[in-house]
Design a protein around this ligand. Structure first.
Ligand code: FE2
Ligand code: FE2
Length: 147
């Protein structure tokens, strides 16, 4: 079973975003553990819901921050979040059609999520974080100095 171990190379350089990614990863790893220990379907599906709740919370938080900061690449970034939801739903339907067990469904969702998240954090989220850091540095530069 794949797990996602956080390390500093996944930091985007904005604390609040890093903290949310860490919680997502924690919930993702709880799902891995639930699958690995052959938990009952009821429990796996609860762990899956628990994780998805956080994914939605995190996407909404990032998207409202992008909107508040007039981030020029908001539409594309939002599109990637939507693509993630679509792929997840497709995977779910595909596995459900095969009448696979909830453990098998959660397993493929888990694998997809780990590779998507590593990629999205290191590219798309990092671009937004760089924009945030640049704009706040620019704003700080225009602040009058008080002595
Ligand atoms: Fe994102
Ligand atoms: Fe993110």
């Amino acid at each position: 079973m794949q797990r996602f171990d956080w390390n500093d190379k996944y930091s985007v350089g904005v604390k609040s975003i890093d903290e949310q990614h860490k919680v997502w990863i924690e919930r993702l790893n709880s799902l891995s553990s639930a699958i690995e220990s052959n938990q009952e379907a009821r429990l796996i599906s609860r762990t899956l819901d628990f994780m998805m709740d956080y994914v939605e919370f995190h996407f909404a938080a990032e998207e409202s921050l992008m909107a508040a900061k007039n981030y020029p690449d908001l539409a594309r970034h939002k599109g990637e979040h939507q693509q993630f939801r679509n792929t997840l739903m497709d995977l779910f339907m595909l596995e459900a059609e095969k009448e696979d067990s909830i453990g098998k469904i959660a397993d493929s969702i888990n694998n997809f999520q780990i590779s998507w998240l590593k990629n999205h954090i290191q590219q798309t989220d990092r671009q937004f974080a760089e924009f945030l850091n640049e704009t706040s540095a620019a704003l700080a530069g225009t602040m009058p100095c008080r002595s």
